[in-house]
Structure formats: structure tokens, C-alpha cells
Design a protein around this ligand. Structure first.
Ligand code: NAI
Length: 353
């Protein structure tokens, strides 16, 4: 399978295929960059249609981690891994131990963490073969509240930039309406923070029980899951699955600002431009949802929740800086975010030379 001519190959430092006959392990580990530190990134388990689909995913995701960590001001590089298999059927402790052995052979250049299809328990099985695993049971625990706090900060910065309000203090979001899609671990916590800051909420989830709970807890108004993006609001916060910003939803968006936790909110990169042409301010998802990776940094030697939270609060200033830069330069926030990340990477490379 060609790597160097692959459209998602962008000067990745190392791409490793890991195979273990005894456990059936078939995995790929991609290290995009270690310029800022060890390449920390999730291990995804997914029933990919073929090896090519797995390679595409791991190349794209690992590069994304380089930019996410650089923007978050972390001493981490960018990496990701994929295990080809069905998490509901193919998981065994031995499989994850075999994967851990593959991670260990990289000598700490890649540090694995939980991702789609893997759990804290799987990380513990990996740990039998390597210490280069983050997010273990007894470590920093569920990152969702910290992630929600980061999204709240990014959202507040976007409100200040677009609406001229100082969203940082309590009550500054008062009177605004936020439409939240997805009331899971992150979305529900985000609602709590927004409600505490005086914002009104319109919410949707495919689980009606979650909507009823948000109505009872925060006085939130329910909306149909397939129309939440069109709800009249000041901000739309996607906190469910990826791909929500697409050809059919963008023309109907009911808010002038989009900022949420979901990964890969854009169905395709061109959709950021489509929103800008409609006058919608889109905060790049990897900027707003960096709380989880920041949390990992504060896991060792002993989890420091206060330091993690203080670092996550910095997402406010980073977001404001990126939105202001984008406006001055007449470019998309995503382009300004990439430029800031590249400046940090280049500075680190120069310092190391
Ligand atoms: P979760 O699985 O706890 O919550 C997702 C919620 O969305 C569930 O309540 C589900 O019923 C709902 N949902 C699914 N499809 C929906 C639809 N079509 N319309 C409305 N609701 C729908 O997931 P979690 O942890 O809250 O994560 C949310 C998003 O944020 C995901 O995209 C995740 O990748 C991303 N993220 C999460 C981080 C974390 O710390 N948990 C860190 C960074 C990103």
C-alpha cells in the first residue's frame, strides 16, 4: 500500500504496521511529529472495510493530533493508532497486550490513549506490555467535564469576538440562547456551565430521557434531533457525532456562531468556507475540544485537576487570538489556527536544530 504518495501523507515521521498472528492483531501506528514532544494520541478500534481505509484514517488523525496539541500549548507531538477489528466482537486482553508490545518497541515516541472503540480497561491490558499509555484507571478519570469547560471557554471567546460581549465572567452569556446537540458526557456538562452563566438552552438528543433531564435540571427547551442545527439561537454547539456541518445542514443553520465538542464536525474541509460565506463564525473543533488531551498532560506523576483546569482556561485566549487574527487577515479561523500551530512547531524545530 503506497504511503509516500498517499493524499493524507504529510511528512509523517514514522508509520508502523503491527501484526501478531497469535492474537490476530492488525494495527497501524502513525507518528506525524515529535517536534514538541512524544506523539500522544488515541488508539481507535474500528472494523475498517480494508487496510487502505485504516491507513487513511491513521494518517489523517495523527496529523490532526500534532496541530491540536501544538495549539493547546502542550509538550506533545502528534500520533494516532488504529486496530483493525470490531470492538464488539474482536477484543481480547491478549490483543491489547500485543498492541502494547508494538507501542513499547517505539520506545516512548508514541503514547497511546483511549479513543473510539477502546476503553480504560483496554488501556490497562496494553499497560501489561508498555508504560507508554495514558488515561489509565485511577489516573485522571473521565475527561468530559474538563472538555466541556474548554468548549465553554472557546464559546465564550467566540461570543466576545462576534457579539462584543465579555464572555469570560459569569452572567456575560446572560440572555443568549445556545442550541446544544447531544446531551452525553460533554454536552450535559456544557449545559450546566451555560445555564450557570445565564444562557438559555435549546437541546436535542436521540435519547428522550436526556432531553427530559436537561429540561428538569436547566429549564432547557427540547428540539427535534434532526432540526437542532436550525433552531433560532446565538450559538449552535454540536456535541454528538461528526459530520453535522454538511451541504444539507449549513443552509439552515439558525445561529451565527458554531462551537462545540464533537470531533470532525465538518463533513468535508470545504464546509468551513461554506459557513463563512453565510456569515457563520465556526470555531475549529480541535481548538474547542482540546480539554481531553490537556487533561492527559496533568495525569502524571499524580493527576493535578486544578492545573489541568487552569491550562484549559487558556483556550479562551487562544480562541480569541485565532479569531482576531483570522479577521485581520481575511482568512478562515481554521487557517489561522493551523498557522499558529505551525509557528509553534517551527519554533520548536529551530530550537532543536
Ligand atoms: P457521549 O457518547 O457521552 O454523548 C453523545 C450524545 O449524543 C449521546 O447522549 C447520544 O445519545 C447523542 N446523540 C447521538 N447522535 C445524536 C443525534 N443525531 N442527535 C442528537 N443527539 C445525538 O459522547 P461524549 O463523550 O459526550 O462526546 C461527545 C463528542 O465530543 C464526540 O464527538 C466526542 O468524540 C467529542 N469529544 C469528547 C471528548 C471527551 O472528553 N469526552 C474529548 C474531545 C472530543
Amino acid at each position: 500500500m503506497p504511503v509516500y504518495t498517499h493524499p493524507e501523507f504529510h511528512d509523517h515521521e514514522q508509520v508502523v504496521h503491527a501484526f501478531d498472528a497469535a492474537t490476530g492483531l492488525r494495527a497501524i501506528i502513525a507518528i506525524h511529529s515529535t517536534a514538541l514532544g512524544p506523539a500522544v494520541g488515541g488508539c481507535r478500534m474500528w472494523p475498517y472495510a480494508d487496510d487502505a481505509a485504516a491507513l487513511t484514517d491513521v494518517l489523517r488523525l495523527s496529523r490532526g493530533m500534532t496541530y491540536k496539541s501544538a495549539l493547546a500549548g502542550l509538550p506533545f507531538g502528534g500520533g494516532k493508532s488504529v486496530i483493525i477489528g470490531d470492538p464488539a466482537r474482536d477484543k481480547t486482553p491478549a490483543l491489547f497486550a500485543a498492541f502494547g508490545a508494538a507501542v513499547d518497541r517505539l520506545g516512548g515516541r508514541y503514547v497511546a490513549a483511549e479513543d473510539v472503540g477502546t476503553s480504560v480497561e483496554d488501556m490497562d491490558h496494553m499497560r501489561r506490555a508498555t508504560r507508554h499509555v495514558a488515561g489509565l484507571a485511577g489516573g485522571s478519570g473521565d475527561p468530559s467535564p474538563v472538555t466541556a469547560y474548554g468548549v465553554f471557554m472557546a464559546l465564550s471567546a467566540a461570543v466576545r469576538h462576534r457579539l462584543g460581549r465579555d464572555g469570560r465572567g459569569r452572567d456575560e452569556l446572560g440572555g443568549l440562547t445556545v442550541a446544544v446537540q447531544g446531551l452525553g458526557h460533554v454536552g450535559f456538562e456544557l449545559c450546566r456551565l451555560l445555564h450557570g452563566a445565564g444562557a438559555g438552552l435549546v437541546v436535542a438528543d436521540i435519547d428522550p430521557g436526556r432531553v427530559a433531564e436537561a429540561a428538569a435540571t436547566f429549564g432547557a427547551e427540547g428540539a427535534p434531533p434532526d432540526r437542532i442545527h436550525a433552531a433560532p439561537a446565538d450559538v449552535f454547539a454540536p456535541c454528538a457525532l461528526g459530520g453535522i456541518l454538511n451541504d444539507s445542514t449549513i443552509p439552515d443553520l439558525g445561529a451565527a456562531i458554531v462551537c462545540g465538542a464533537a470531533n470532525n464536525q465538518l463533513a468535508a474541509p470545504g464546509h468551513a468556507g461554506a459557513m463563512a460565506r453565510r456569515g457563520v463564525l465556526y470555531v475549529p473543533d480541535y481548538l474547542a475540544n482540546a480539554g481531553g488531551i490537556i487533561n492527559i498532560h496533568y495525569e502524571r506523576p499524580r493527576y493535578d485537576a486544578a492545573a489541568a483546569r487552569a491550562h484549559v482556561a487558556g483556550i479562551f485566549d487562544t480562541t480569541l487570538q485565532i479569531l482576531d487574527r483570522a479577521q485581520v487577515a481575511g482568512i478562515l479561523p481554521a487557517a489561522a489556527a493551523d498557522t499558529l500551530a505551525e509557528e509553534r512547531l517551527n519554533a520548536a524545530s529551530r530550537a532543536a536544530a
